[in-house]
Design a protein around this ligand. Structure first.
Ligand code: HEC
Length: 148
């Protein structure tokens, strides 16, 4: 009798451990999923901002062929080849700086593209600089997804 009891107990320990591990696995999985959803929301917002502010010069397909392109002195670049033109590397922070237009980035800052930091401040009424940086980072995240 004693040995049966003992077996029962170890079986219930096994069940408990099993539930604990699957519980942890489900929890870990759902956390991962939540992060993925947040990232997607950022990219979607970035693409919406791109449509509102950028396609007039860079084009609907971000290929640099927007309606205003022909009247500019410098051609708006093809934004699907940002990485290709940099040996396959997509430099997040450099691209964010070019978009913000607050500091001189060699080869850019031609004055043809609006400095979006100040423009967004006014057009979107954003006063919190952290929020403003996040909005620009969202656009950068979106541009990253359309690299060819
Ligand atoms: C009035 C036209 C115009 C608009 C609107 C515009 N751009 Fe530009 N953009 C340019 C021109 C011209 C260049 C090339 C000169 C330069 O890099 O400064 C450029 C260059 C860039 C570059 C550099 C690409 C590279 O590979 O170096 C990025 C990134 C960029 N634009 C992003 C944006 C984003 C994001 C928006 C919308 C928020 C936007 N642009 C709106 C004209 C425009």
């Amino acid at each position: 009798m004693k040995s049966i009891n003992h077996k029962r107990r170890s079986f219930s320990h096994f069940v408990l451990a099993f539930l604990l591990i699957t519980g942890l696995a489900v929890f870990a999985f759902s956390c991962g999923e939540a992060t993925a959803i947040t990232e997607n929301t950022d990219i979607v917002e970035g693409s919406e901002w791109f449509t509102s502010y950028c396609i007039i010069c860079h084009g609907e397909n971000a290929d640099g062929k927007g309606n205003m392109a022909s009247i500019l002195n410098t051609l708006p670049l093809d934004l699907t080849s940002i990485a290709k033109r940099r040996n396959g590397v997509f430099p997040d922070s450099e691209i964010a700086k070019i978009i913000a237009g607050r500091e001189n980035v060699p080869g850019h800052s031609t004055g043809e593209m609006p400095a979006w930091w100040e423009t967004f401040k006014k057009s979107e009424g954003i006063t919190d600089e952290k929020v403003l940086q996040e909005k620009i980072d969202n656009i950068v995240a979106y541009l990253k997804t359309i690299q060819k």
